[in-house]
Design a binder for this molecule. Structure first.
Ligand SMILES: [Zn+2]
Length: 279
């Protein structure tokens, strides 16, 4: 746990999964990326999923929820999901599901929203019964009628129980979410992913989500092949990282195998990690 001002930040670690290493680094040769994150004999790399919990004093806000435990045998064979689902990880940090007041869903890819639902009597139900779900309107539109390239990342049993509930707030673009908490939309990884900026007492923490999923993605051209608009991701990354260096932000990595968070440095040519930070 890390306290800044009246906020308490808890970085959860729900599951981890195996993803194709080449897909995670787009046009970058394996010769280069495998030095950063080594691959198994099937070219896969293990990546954790790290949701962020913010206590504001008034609200308990969860940002993303990991993969969950609804995957079938085929899903688990492809991704080899390990670890613990959201409700168990919340318990480990001392929170009951009904204490969560708000959920910010950055985007609807399965590794970010799967933990928000659980199978009960063969039906997916909400894990967090009292939360309100804050989503981007454009992201919802893209999720319910997806392009074929992203389709396998949007699983109906992750999405429908949330959208069918009466607990959804649809946001349109950048949003001042709460005092000191800002949501910023990004369009490179998927349509209208919302990332989270937390500022208190002169310190800023950024949860850049899949715009910068790990410290190995700090190099501008190291962009996953999953991204729908890689050139836009590069532009978004560049702008976030410039600001991060200038104002000494701490970046929190949702998928880094080792590093939870770090400050950013620029050596005149490339961005890289400054000091590592444990949350
Ligand atoms: Zn994603």
């Amino acid at each position: 746990m890390l306290a800044i001002g009246s906020f308490k930040l808890h970085l959860l670690q729900t599951e981890s999964m195996l993803l194709d290493g080449g897909a995670m680094f787009g046009v970058i040769p394996k010769l280069l990326w495998s030095h950063e994150i080594p691959a198994d004999e099937q070219n896969r790399i293990r990546m954790p999923t790290r949701p962020l919990l913010i206590e504001t004093g008034k609200r308990v806000i969860l940002v993303d929820a990991g993969i969950g435990d609804k995957g079938d045998a085929k899903f688990n064979r492809i991704y080899d999901v390990r670890g613990r689902p959201l409700f168990e990880e919340l318990q480990r940090h001392g929170f009951a599901p009904d204490q969560i007041t708000d959920v910010v869903i950055t985007h609807f890819h399965f590794d970010h929203c799967g933990g928000l639902t659980r199978m009960v009597n063969d039906k997916p139900v909400l894990t967090l019964p009292k939360a309100r779900y804050h989503v981007q309107k454009q992201a919802v539109e893209n999720t319910v009628s997806p392009n074929p390239r992203e389709q396998s990342s949007f699983l109906p049993f992750n999405v429908e129980p949330i959208l069918d509930s009466d607990r959804v707030e649809q946001l349109e673009g950048n949003t001042a979410f709460a005092d000191g908490i800002e949501l910023v939309t990004q369009f490179g990884h998927t349509i209208a992913m919302q990332i989270v900026k937390i500022t208190a007492e002169g310190r800023t923490f950024l949860y850049p989500c899949d715009t910068i999923p790990s410290s190995a993605h700090l190099r501008i051209s190291w962009v996953p092949a999953y991204d729908i608009l890689p050139v836009v991701t590069m532009r978004e990354k560049n702008s976030l990282l410039r600001q991060a260096v200038l104002d000494q932000w701490t970046l929190i990595y949702a998928h880094d195998p080792k590093i939870e968070a770090s400050t950013i440095e620029f050596n005149g040519k490339h961005f890289g990690m400054g000091q590592t930070v444990v949350i």
